[in-house]
Design a protein around this ligand. Structure first.
Ligand SMILES: Cc1cc2nc3c(=O)[nH]c(=O)nc-3n(C[C@H](O)[C@H](O)[C@H](O)COP(=O)(O)O)c2cc1C
Length: 238
């Protein structure tokens, strides 16, 4: 009996030891900037098309939340939020969860991964047609984003931060200057979708419009043609 106990305790100690070493290696790798390279992809889990929260309930309960628990989100939650933002709902015609003038889809969606189970920290771009993420920058940029948003602390406290940007030309090519107005209204549609989805997932968020565009562009490695419109930190509620 004693022998068995000693064996069990030895195995447990070895397990704890290996876990500790792996955590130290991960920390050292992050410190040295040796995270996995950009262009790595994350295939997101299939979103759900049903829930126990009615649209009326989500509308009634939606509130700006600026304090979040220091707890991770899952990729399933991230998947659902991004699908709500710009997911494909008619694959044949490429139509999405949010309406778009002329179905030209000027919006791009980024997710700043800060604390998500099974996903390395970094900036990822959402690819709606494949429902996947492509990494465009390594490392945790949440503190940088907070500074770019005039020090609004909640921006950096979400487990993730969703950022909407737009390529105006996709819409102005057809609608001229009026297209600018269309792009802004579309960002509102997409952000409200995310908002209502957070209610259904019991998560908190707020839309942040006060930030320095050029700084956000640089922090997220956006191409020249893209312009940031909205920032939404998302986290578990206190
Ligand atoms: C276009 C727009 C920009 C906003 N910008 C910010 C912002 O920079 N920071 C912030 O904390 N809240 C921001 N908000 C959130 C509003 O403060 C919030 O919606 C308002 O106080 C009403 O509260 P409610 O969302 O809980 O109903 C913004 C809202 C909108 C619509």
């Amino acid at each position: 009996m004693k022998k068995i106990l000693i064996v069990i305790m030895s195995v447990a100690l070895i397990g704890v030891g290996i876990g500790g070493v792996l955590m130290l290696l991960q920390t050292a790798r992050d410190e040295l900037g040796l995270q996995e390279p950009i262009n790595t992809e994350i295939n997101l889990p299939e979103p759900k098309y049903d829930s126990n929260t009615s649209v009326e309930q989500a509308l009634f309960e939606r509130r700006s939340v600026r304090e979040y628990k220091d707890e991770p989100l899952t990729l399933t939650e991230v998947s659902q939020l991004l699908w709500a933002a710009q997911g494909i709902t008619d694959a044949g015609r490429g139509l999405r969860t949010a309406p778009s003038a002329g179905a030209l889809y000027p919006l791009e969606v980024y997710v700043v991964m800060g604390n998500v189970v099974g996903a390395a920290q970094g900036v990822y771009k959402y690819k709606p047609h494949e429902h996947k993420l492509v990494k465009v920058k390594v490392g945790d940029v949440r503190d940088e984003l907070t500074l770019a948003a005039h020090g609004q602390t909640w921006v950096g406290k979400g487990a993730i931060v969703i950022v909407f940007s737009a390529v105006y030309e996709r819409t102005t090519r057809k609608y001229g200057d009026r297209g600018i107005k269309y792009v802004y209204t579309e960002a509102g549609h997409a952000a409200q979708n995310v908002f209502l989805q957070t209610v259904s997932l019991d998560l908190g968020t707020v839309v942040v419009g006060a930030f320095v565009d050029e700084e956000v562009r640089k922090i997220l490695n956006m191409p020249d043609e893209e312009h940031p419109l909205y920032i939404m930190p998302v986290g578990k509620m206190d």
